[in-house]
Design a protein around this ligand. Structure first.
Ligand code: ATP
Ligand code: MG
Length: 341
C-alpha cells in the first residue's frame, strides 16, 4: 500500500515542481485510503505528519478513498476550499459519489486490460501447441521414411549379401576359407536382425497397417525378449478398434518411452501395460515393480531428460492428462487419460 501516482489539479506547475518529495500515502493521506475524512484545519489533526519544504499552505481538507468491492485503488482529496470555509457534508457526499464513479472507471479499464492479456496469452499458447504438433508430425514422418529406407534398401542389400555368402560357403573346398565365409555370413545375419529391430523402433509399419493393439503386442514381445522383464499386457478391450491416428501414435510412443525407462532405470522384475476405453476417455496405465524415483517437475524438464517431458507434451496436445506416481522403492505408475471424441 503505497501511492504510485500523484495527480494534482488547481496547483500551478511551478508550485508543483518545487515540491521535492511527493506524498507517498502516509499520514492523513494514508487514513483517507481507508475512510473519508473532513477537517476544518488539517494541521490540528494529530495524524498529520506535516509538510515538506515549499509546500503551499493547506488548511481545510476533504478526502475520500477510491475503492471497489473492498479493493483500494487510491484516494481523492481537496484542500483550501475557495471561499475559505470548511468543506460541508454536501461536499463530502459529492466527493464520495465522484470517487465511486472513478473506482468504477478504473475497474472497468483494468478488466479490459486483463481480458486483453488473457486473450494474448491464450493465443500464444495455441500457437505453441500448433507448432509442437507440427514438430511431432514432422518427426513421425521422418521416422517413417528412415524406417522404410532401412527396411527396403539396407535390408535388401544385407539379404543378398547373406545369400551370396551362403553360396560361396557351399562351394569352398578349403576348410579355413569356408569357416571365414561362414563367419561373415553370421555377421551379416546379425546386422540384418539389428537393422530390423532399429526400423521397428523407429516406426513400426504395423502401427499404420494393423493399429495400436497389434503394434503394442509386437513391441511387448520384443521388449520381454530383449530385457528379460516379465511383461503383462491387458489390451483386449481395444482389440480390433482403430483410433484416431494421432491418438494411436501418441499412445504407442508413450508405452515405448515408459517401457524404455523401465528397462533403463527401474531394475524391475515385472511390468504391465493396461489400455481401457471408458465412457468419454481412453485410459493407459504402465506400471512396474522397480526401484521408483522422486517424481520431478515433469513440465519443467531439465535439459537432459526428455522422455517424461515428451510424454507429457504428447498428452497435453491431445487435451489429456498424465500423472506419474512413484517413490523410491515403491515402483512407478504412469497414468494417462485422453478424451475420446
Ligand atoms: N520407471 C522408472 N523407474 C525408475 N526411475 C525412473 C523411471 N522412469 C523414469 N525414471 C527416472 O526419471 C528420470 C527422467 O526420465 P526421462 O525418461 O525423462 O529421462 P531419461 O530416461 O533419463 O532420458 P531420455 O528419456 O531423455 O533418454 C530418469 O533419469 C530416471 O531417473
Ligand atoms: Mg527416458
Amino acid at each position: 500500500g503505497k501511492l504510485v501516482r500523484f495527480v494534482t489539479a488547481g496547483m500551478d506547475e511551478e508550485t508543483r515542481s518545487r515540491l521535492q518529495t511527493l506524498p507517498s500515502g502516509k499520514g492523513l493521506l494514508g487514513v483517507v485510503l481507508r475512510e473519508p475524512l473532513r477537517l476544518a484545519n488539517l494541521n490540528d489533526d494529530p495524524r498529520s505528519i506535516g509538510f515538506p519544504p515549499h509546500h503551499p499552505v493547506m488548511r481545510s481538507f476533504l478526502g475520500v478513498p477510491i475503492t471497489w468491492h473492498g479493493q483500494t485503488y487510491g484516494n481523492l482529496y481537496l484542500t483550501e476550499k475557495y471561499d475559505g470555509e470548511a468543506f460541508s457534508e454536501e461536499d463530502e457526499r459529492l466527493a464520495t459519489t465522484f470517487a465511486a464513479q472513478a473506482a468504477a472507471a478504473i475497474e472497468s479499464a483494468r478488466s479490459v486490460e486483463n481480458l486483453r492479456s488473457l486473450e494474448e496469452s491464450q493465443r500464444r499458447e495455441r500457437q505453441h501447441a500448433e507448432l509442437l504438433q507440427r514438430v511431432i508430425a514432422a518427426q513421425e514422418e521422418e521416422r517413417k521414411r528412415v524406417a522404410r529406407e532401412l527396411h527396403d534398401h539396407t535390408g535388401q542389400s544385407l539379404t543378398s549379401l547373406i545369400i551370396g555368402l551362403r553360396r560361396l560357403e557351399a562351394e569352398q573346398d578349403a576348410e579355413p576359407a569356408r569357416t571365414a565365409v561362414r563367419q561373415m555370413r553370421l555377421q551379416a545375419s546379425r546386422a540384418l536382425e539389428e537393422l530390423h529391430h532399429l526400423a521397428f523402433e523407429l516406426r513400426p509399419s504395423v502401427l499404420d497397417d494393423l493399429g495400436l493393439v497389434v503394434a503394442l503386442q509386437r513391441y511387448a514381445e520384443d521388449f520381454a525378449q530383449r530385457t528379460g522383464i516379465q511383461l503383462h499386457m491387458a489390451l483386449d478391450a481395444l482389440a480390433g478398434v482403430r483410433l484416431d491416428p494421432a491418438v494411436e501414435i501418441a499412445l504407442y510412443r508413450i508405452v515405448q518411452e515408459a517401457l524404455t525407462n523401465v528397462a533403463k532405470h527401474a531394475q524391475a522384475h515385472t511390468a504391465s501395460v493396461l489400455l481401457q476405453e471408458r465412457a468419454n476417455s481412453l485410459v493407459l496405465i504402465i506400471e512396474d515393480d522397480g526401484r521408483g524415483f522422486v517424481v520431478p517437475d515433469v513440465a519443467a524438464g531439465n535439459g537432459k531428460h526428455f522422455g517424461l517431458m515428451g510424454m507429457q507434451e504428447r498428452v497435453a496436445l491431445l487435451g489429456g492428462k498424465l500423472t506419474l506416481e512413484s517413490a523410491p522403492g515403491a515402483g512407478t505408475t504412469v497414468y494417462v487419460e485422453l478424451p475420446q471424441r
